[in-house]
Design a protein around this ligand. Sequence first.
Ligand SMILES: [Zn+2]
Ligand SMILES: [Zn+2]
Length: 350
Amino acid sequence: MISLQLHGEQDLRLEDVQVAEVGKGDVKIKVAYNGICGSDLHFYYAASRSGWSRPRNIGHEISGVVAEVGSDVSDVSVGDRVSVYPIDSCGSCVQCVDGHPVLCEVLDRSVSTVGCGSPIGGMGEYCVVPNHLIIPLPDGLSLAQGALVEPIAVAATAVERAQLKADSVVVVSGGGPIGIGAVLSLEAMGITNFVVSEPSEARRAALTNLTSARVIDPTSEDLPAIVRELSGGRGADVVLECAGAGAAFDAALAIVRKRGKIVMIGLFEKPYQLLPNGIALNEISIVGHNGSTQDVFRTVMRWMEEGKIPTDSWVTYVPLAESVEGGFEPLRRGEEIKVLVDIAGSSSEE
Ligand SMILES: [Zn+2]
Ligand SMILES: [Zn+2]
């Protein structure tokens, strides 16, 4: 099959590779779409997993149609339309039982997440996935929506952790591939007092179509003043930090209220210098967030069925053969929000 293989930093190649064997508990999917995630950009531009063997599969935002099932699989059939929950876990350790599969104590996260360490990846014609990671798509959802569930679920799980109230004042820092999920989750949850801060003009234009919230340019507008205005001078109750950049984290500390919360969702590519005294002096809570849960996956699917998650104006489709020039590069330049690699040529049919 044809697959996009990561050979190293800024070195992705389309290659003919062997499809993995379908084990007893596995499901083979004919991939329809695979979304390009912020973490894929890190793998491509910053080679952040230097311990990885190369070449390797990437891609964890997967939808497709079941092509074959292993002999032990009875709840999924050939022809079913499915999405993949990418975080594998043991299901029985203390973290798994507590509902945090991404923190599983048994499986090594660096080799167990689909497309982010495991040998499985969605950037090819087929992928073979353990059945417990398969989430069937409800009838009302398109295959394109199926590939958008994962990135929105990551943000939605983070928003859930922020424990917002209906009148919480929230700032979404960064309106890229992760920030968009936060914006759409806040909208779906009925939170209205929020501001999105995003330096890219193209992204701001797309975001303005998706939210009634104020979308501002932090390089030319006074974000702290806008947040003070929105919050009666107190500052943001919660900052959802989706940018993963020093300047954005500094800005988050400057706009969060005393005893407020910063939820860190975006990952940094390099260290930066921070004088953290403001965290102590203003009793700020810094909450780390990683991944999603299957429950939130299903919640996002329900939002999609209810029409709460628009999928036009922020999603671009590219064929597999053009995924570097048409996907990775414009995403890196901040020109796109979400790119779905159309692996089976489905976007012309939907
Ligand atoms: Zn993702
Ligand atoms: Zn576990």
